[in-house]
Design a protein. Structure first.
Length: 733
């Protein structure tokens, strides 16, 4: 951190204030004429949250600390401490120790409570405080604890961050002292190493090491010592672990990316994670990597698809590597796999002449799709960038020739040959016209692409026109449009109106908030998508999502089977939590972190499957796999099976209709927006409905088939393109 470097360069150590922690009572009597908040009593049973050891050893007064020639002592400065309530609470009081108190007994001394800004552990939204209260200097004692009692408690959701502290307007304002303890190595490199932070709201840019840096709403930085601020809360709601929606099962496999696929066709989802294959044996998993022939593959992830239509799932393994290529593993239909990469003509090699000396494209994600509707699965690989100089690699789209080989698609068919930092690829028949379209998401503030399939083997890139490319913003005098760092995407009908909406998860730094995309919920209407966040520059969007700096991968699924799609989003970097939201059926969401019980931090990949065939969706996240144990509405599962279209039915869309006329839709994925793959067993929550009246499946490049019900809820239906319908957990019923 820059602050730490400044301290070392100046040769300073925190000066001793010579103060005593004193008492914890309210202090003295309000002096005549002072209009500050008088002493108050904290509610009986309130809980104190604290990090510090209670012993002040210094403050910023007299230290001479500065950042980019900006004095901390003499500038407008926020000092705050992060708190992380694990239950839903109401804040009833804030305690602090202060030094450099005003001599005027009638002077007002404020403390403030701020909401979070980005969930990064050190940024608060200082423009919209949750509460601010004052006490009179005459009733406070230097270096002693005093409590500000809130007139109206402030409620804080479980898992949310809240900040308490002080705003210094002038050099002679009070300051909050700090203790001498620092966690970790004192560098604040890890989330939990530092709980205190400061913000210089007027420091919006500076140059360091030859680079120019800008900071929207000022420069914030972690501080290695604990500022002496404490929070007093009452618990509003506590949910025992046994009552939460998910429980972590440490016996289940997990990985940085996950692809669910029933490779042995026994009705149980198997799991591929980078470098390992796990066979599902009745809800428990056995590592079959060696016996299947998948040992030793350089892998960042993989996606399942039956490219040769022999009824057995094959596996494309991609590598986010500069020196190792991608691999196509063909199923031998006996539990084994054979490397056919060279024979198939899949070549992602380079000449090694770039800044990374890359001999292969760095592939961040891939997906199977039948682009030309010929019943054969094609393959798209999203190729990333060279981190040394941020140069990009051109993506590759391979067209299946039907003889075991693939041919590269060219610009003549409408595919871009420009290099972009491909982070993910997500096919879907977005306009429901019978052919599969393609969303490609990009990193480093580049626009996303949307290829609209023309139905004749060609595509047109229309992301900007239809609203799927992001919000382009020109920063200051730049002529360049900046978008977002889109890591993962997901398709789903969020309002049950019969069309595909999209969630795009963006990593968005608070310092770039004014010109980079945040996570977007894009609702479709008549072939156009629009962000339902409301004010694009508001950290508290109308759709119910919180702004989190490092959102990475979204997953949609009806996890409580109430008929509405819910949303989980992972976040990268240590300490960053996985968010969970309950869908409201109108494209908006309600925070469900406390009820969900998902405690994975620094998550990356994530995907959904009913891994134990008990009728609800479970979640596999990098860092942990969670079984769904919470309450459920009724449900039905559908597994489409291609006959004339591709046998794996990738891209097929299933529609189920209930007696009240509600239609819900799901698709068989060939891969999602960051190299994951949800289960091909499509899960439909039905709420209180006990049956469906109609099932329809639209097969890409094939038939649209309908079956008239009623079909009872609580079962799995195998829907074949030739009209055959089988009920049961296995293909045989």
């Amino acid at each position: 951190m820059i602050l730490l470097l400044t301290l070392l360069a100046c040769g300073k150590t925190p000066a001793d204030t010579g103060t005593d922690p004193g008492t914890t009572d309210g202090g003295g009597t309000t002096p005549p004429g002072c209009t500050g908040t008088a002493d108050g009593a904290l509610p009986e049973g309130s809980i104190e949250l604290s990090w510090d050891d209670g012993v002040p050893t210094g403050s910023l007064i007299g230290q001479g600390w500065s950042i980019a020639e900006t004095s901390l002592e003499d500038s407008l400065l926020h000092q705050w401490v992060r708190f992380e309530p694990q239950d839903r609470v109401r804040v009833v009081g804030v305690s602090a120790m202060l030094v450099n108190l005003p001599e005027d007994p009638d002077a007002l001394v404020p403390l403030t409570l701020w909401p979070d800004f980005g969930a990064n552990g050190f940024d608060a939204w200082h423009e919209g405080p949750l509460w601010s209260g004052t006490r009179c200097a005459g009733e406070l004692s230097e270096g002693e604890w005093h409590t500000w009692v809130l007139d109206e408690p402030v409620e804080v959701a479980a898992g949310s961050l809240v900040y308490a502290g002080h705003r210094r307007e002038r050099p002679d304002d009070p300051a909050i002292p700090f203790d001498a303890a620092s966690a970790g190595d004192g560098s604040c490199a890890l989330w939990d190493d530092c709980r205190s932070a400061m913000n210089l709201p007027d420091l919006t840019s500076f140059v360091s090491g030859g680079y120019s840096y800008s900071f929207w709403k000022g420069y914030s930085f972690s501080f290695q010592y604990d500022l002496l601020v404490r929070l007093h809360v009452e618990v509003v709601e506590h949910i025992p672990d046994e009552d939460k929606q998910f429980t972590l099962d440490s016996d289940l496999p997990t990985g940085s990316r996950q692809a669910w696929g029933d490779y042995d066709d026994d009705g149980w989802d198997d799991l591929y994670v980078p470098g390992a294959l796990y066979r599902n044996e009745g809800g428990s998993f056995r590592d079959v990597t060696d016996e299947s022939g998948l040992t030793g593959l350089a892998s960042s992830g993989g996606v399942w698809g039956d490219y040769d239509n022999d009824g057995c799932l094959d596996l494309f393994v991609f590598a986010e590597s500069y020196t190792v290529g991608d691999t196509l593993m063909r199923s031998t239909c006996d539990g084994g796999f054979q490397d056919v990469t060279v024979a198939a003509g899949l070549d992602d090699s380079l000449d090694g002449s770039d800044a990374c000396a890359a001999t292969h494209r760095s592939t961040a994600a891939a997906a199977w799709l039948d682009l030309n509707g010929d019943g054969l699965l094609d393959l798209y690989s999203a190729n990333f960038l060279c981190w040394t100089d941020y140069s990009d690699y051109v993506d590759q789209l391979w067209i299946n020739q039907g003889d075991g080989t693939f041919q590269a698609m060219s610009s003549e068919q409408g595919l871009s040959t420009s290099s972009q930092s491909g982070r993910g690829v997500n096919p879907v028949d977005a306009d429901l016209d019978g052919d599969v379209d393609l969303l490609v998401n990009h990193y480093v503030l580049q626009r996303n692409w949307f290829y609209d399939n023309q139905g004749d083997g060609t595509v047109i890139e229309l992301a900007r026109e239809v609203g799927l490319g992001g919000n382009g913003v020109r920063y200051e005098l730049s002529t360049t449009f900046y978008y977002g760092h889109t890591i993962g995407t997901a398709w789903g009908d969020l309002d049950n109106d019969g069309d595909w909406d999209s969630v795009q998860a963006n990593l968005a730094h608070p310092r770039f908030f004014d010109f980079s995309d945040k996570t977007q919920v894009l609702m479709q209407e008549d072939g156009a998508w629009s962000d339902n966040a409301g004010d694009w520059a508001d950290p508290f969007p109308d759709n119910g999502l919180r702004y989190q700096e490092t959102h990475s991968v979204p997953t949609l699924g009806d996890f409580d089977s109430d008929g509405n799609l819910d949303l989980a989003i992972t976040a990268v970097y240590p300490g960053r939590p996985t968010d969970f939201y309950w869908g409201q059926g109108d494209g908006t969401f309600r925070d469900g972190w406390q009820q969900a019980g998902i405690l994975t931090e620094d998550g990356w990949g994530m995907s959904a499957s009913d891994l134990d065939n008990d009728g609800d969706l479970d979640l596999s996240i990098s860092g942990g796999t969670y079984r769904n144990q919470g309450p459920q509405g009724s449900w039905i599962q559908v597994r489409p099976r291609g006959v004339w279209s591709n046998r794996a039915a990738i891209g097929a869309i299933a529609f189920v209709e209930t007696a009240d006329g509600t239609v819900r839709m799901r698709q068989v994925q060939g891969g999602t927006g960051q190299g994951e793959q949800d289960s091909a067993f499509l899960h439909f929550g039905l709420g209180e409905a006990t049956e469906i009246s109609r099932l329809t499946v639209s097969f890409i490049g094939g038939e649209t088939v309908s079956w008239e019900g009623p079909f009872e809820a609580g079962q799995r239906l195998w829907a074949h393109e030739d009209g055959d319908l089988v009920a049961g957990w296995s293909p045989e019923g």
